[in-house]
Write a protein that binds this ligand. Structure first.
Ligand SMILES: N[C@@H](CCC(=O)N[C@@H](CS)C(=O)NCC(=O)O)C(=O)O
Length: 208
């Protein structure tokens, strides 16, 4: 068994996984994938992740795991002493429900239209409407999450691996001037105040 390797890009969705690894105090090496330079399409990277996406987690046995929600779930389940994944089935499936929605819809359908507009429209004439649609999807997504949060600080009664995933899209909302509903804003503040999160943001080049 060797140390895990996280293939990541600062300020991207891999920030959520970076936070989880640091919360777990797990031994891992970080490798930066330069997306604008096209590192994700180079043969060495495609060999570990044929989807050409980040993050990729190469685990101690040498196997690669992709997809943010799957990586978060595996990290939570495989480090039971850290108690970042719940024992009961109802809380577990609610957290999976939220993680899939955050990554698949708020990120994948919403923010992707804002950050990677050209991948959703062949002509630049359509770019503004694609970005507007992305923004609408993000706003609706946070309204849905806000209702799921209810009066809780975190997504479940205790902090879990799902919270850094919600955090990375809240961080993007902050950076792009999209107002968060009050419950998401409280969640964002609570996660951002965690010392590990502040350290990760500093490591990724942000002032925390
Ligand atoms: N469904 C994937 C999505 C990951 C994703 O979209 N990552 C973006 C960065 S946040 C990416 O790799 N983009 C590749 C590119 O820009 O070429 C996951 O959950 O891991």
């Amino acid at each position: 068994m060797t140390a895990m390797k996280l293939y990541m890009t600062p300020g991207s969705c891999s920030t959520g996984i970076h936070i989880i690894l640091e919360e777990l105090e797990a031994a891992f090496e970080a490798t930066i994938v330069n997306l604008p330079a096209g590192d994700q399409f180079k043969p060495d990277y495609v060999a570990i992740n044929p989807k050409s996406t980040i993050p990729t987690l190469v685990r101690g046995d040498g196997s690669s795991l992709t997809e943010v929600a799957a990586i978060a779930y595996w990290l939570g389940r495989s480090h039971p002493r850290a108690a970042l994944w719940p024992d009961d089935i109802e809380t577990s499936c609610r957290l999976i429900e939220t993680m899939v929605y955050v990554v698949g819809t708020i990120h994948g359908q919403g923010f992707a239209r804002i950050f990677a507009t050209h991948t959703f429209a062949r002509t630049s004439l359509d770019h503004e409407s694609v970005r507007e649609l992305g923004r609408d999807i993000v706003v609706k997504g946070f309204a849905v999450i806000s209702a799921a949060l209810g009066e809780k600080i975190y997504l479940a009664d205790a902090y879990s691996v799902a919270d850094p995933l919600l955090f990375y899209v809240e961080f993007w909302a902050d950076k792009t001037g999209i107002a968060l509903p009050p419950r998401c804003a409280s969640h964002y503040r609570a996660v951002r105040a965690r010392p590990v999160v502040q350290r990760v943001l500093r490591e990724e080049g942000y002032r925390s």
